[in-house]
Design a protein around this ligand. Structure first.
Ligand code: ADP
Ligand code: MG
Length: 383
């Protein structure tokens, strides 16, 4: 029996290697805004060869009138997108392969990480004229399904949810908070709307409406709270016509517009009193802890520490494809945030999903907060 076990694991690992199951990390630089330029900001980021990112730190000269270059740092990612990169190119490079995987029954996750204003929502949702990854992925999924519709029935189910202040809400049908339950398929949000989509046209409207349902800051009613995570789950089901053949196959793609990363550290640094601040940290910090554990090849991944990581349990690590897009602003006024984001992305780059390890998460003991605290301290030291 053990021999078979070993064989199975090594086959899985080979397969995982072949399919490139390590996390892919991309950086997207947004253009410098007019207002930023007017307020004296200059660009402190340069991207070369679609891979290399050069970050330059500037400081005011003694006369307070000019900026001088203090030092530079270099990073390298799977791909880095300069300001001029189109939405379609970002989609094709980062996510198209995952959409193919979902049709084969493999789960995948794409998340946008970065400070508020760095371009996460633009990358994920985009605008009517320039739709982002969420819409382009669904469009591509429909076109791939059309090409293969002869061999069976496909259906596409969409759910759009928000994690805000450790509360999960349905963005397609706003109402009471949803409860997370563990069942045979994994962790599910009880009562979550699954919208059966038939065409791309209806999807953009659906998602824009969903985005309007995201929690807003009480002080700025029209702006989405930077503490809210939005998760689009795209489930592709396939049912063979001939019941004797492959049967059914299900793949899930999670596309995530994460909360702004700037507060993850700033609020926690002050006090534990701000419950809201602490809670937003909880999901982002827990995600960091999970990625850290995966980077270090730990057997136990602390998914249970937050709502976000519980929801991602079947989609992060293991035989899943994971893509991270780190969004950055070029503005010299956002230097610290950009530097933090690039550090985080650099660390995530080291993660290799180990199919054999992650599939046998043995321990169900409640996780201690120690790992999270340690990580937080490390991050604070860096600042
Ligand atoms: P975030 O969601 O990270 O807070 P947004 O996506 O809302 O940031 O972007 C902030 C502003 O910058 C928005 O006005 C958005 O339209 C603009 N923007 C972001 N990325 C790009 C881009 N690649 N090209 C053009 N405009 C962009
Ligand atoms: Mg946003």
């Amino acid at each position: 029996r053990s021999l078979i076990g070993i064989k199975k694991i090594s086959e899985e690992s080979v397969l995982a290697e072949d399919m490139g199951s390590r996390i892919m990390v991309f950086v997207r630089l947004r253009p410098l805004g007019k207002k930023e330029e007017e307020s004296g900001a200059r660009s402190c980021v340069r991207i070369d060869n679609k891979k290399d990112v050069y970050l330059t730190e500037y400081a005011l000269e003694k006369d307070y009138l000019r900026l001088k270059r203090v030092r530079g740092r270099h990073f390298c990612f799977d791909a880095s997108f300069p300001e001029s990169t189109s939405q379609q190119e970002v989609y094709s490079t980062t996510t198209a392969e995952l959409v193919e995987g979902v049709l084969q029954g493999r789960n995948g996750t794409v998340f946008c990480y970065g400070a508020t204003g760095a371009g996460k929502t633009y990358t994920m949702l985009g605008t009517l004229d320039n739709p982002g990854v969420m819409v382009l992925a669904i469009k591509d999924l429909f076109s791939k399904i059309r090409q293969r519709s002869y061999d069976g029935n496909h259906s596409v189910l969409l759910s759009y949810l928000e994690v805000y202040n450790e509360t999960v809400r349905d963005l397609l049908s706003p109402g009471r908070p949803l409860v997370l339950r563990e069942d045979k398929q994994g962790i599910v949000a009880a009562g979550l709307t699954q919208y059966r989509a038939y065409s791309t046209d209806e999807v953009m409207q659906l998602l824009q409406q969903g985005n309007r349902n995201r929690t807003t800051e009480p002080t700025r009613m029209n702006e989405t709270s930077s503490r809210s995570h939005a998760i689009l789950q795209v489930v592709a089901q396939y049912q063979a016509r001939d019941l004797d053949s492959v049967g059914t196959r299900v793949g899930k793609l999670s596309l995530i517009d994460l909360a702004g990363s700037e507060r993850a550290l700033a609020t926690e640094q002050r006090t534990q009193r701000s419950i809201e601040g602490a809670n937003i940290n909880r999901s982002l910090l827990a995600l960091s802890s999970c990625i850290n554990a995966l980077v270090e090849g730990k057997r136990h991944i602390p998914y249970r520490n937050s709502k976000l990581t519980q929801l991602l349990k079947d989609s992060l690590g293991g035989a899943c494809n994971t893509v991270m897009v780190a969004n950055i602003s070029p503005s010299s006024l956002s230097f610290n945030e950009t530097q933090n984001t690039l550090h985080w992305a650099d660390r995530a780059k080291e993660m290799r999903n180990k199919a054999s390890d992650a599939n046998e998460e043995a321990s169900h003991a409640p996780e201690s907060e120690t790992d999270q605290t340690k990580l937080l301290l490390e991050l604070q030291m860096e600042n």
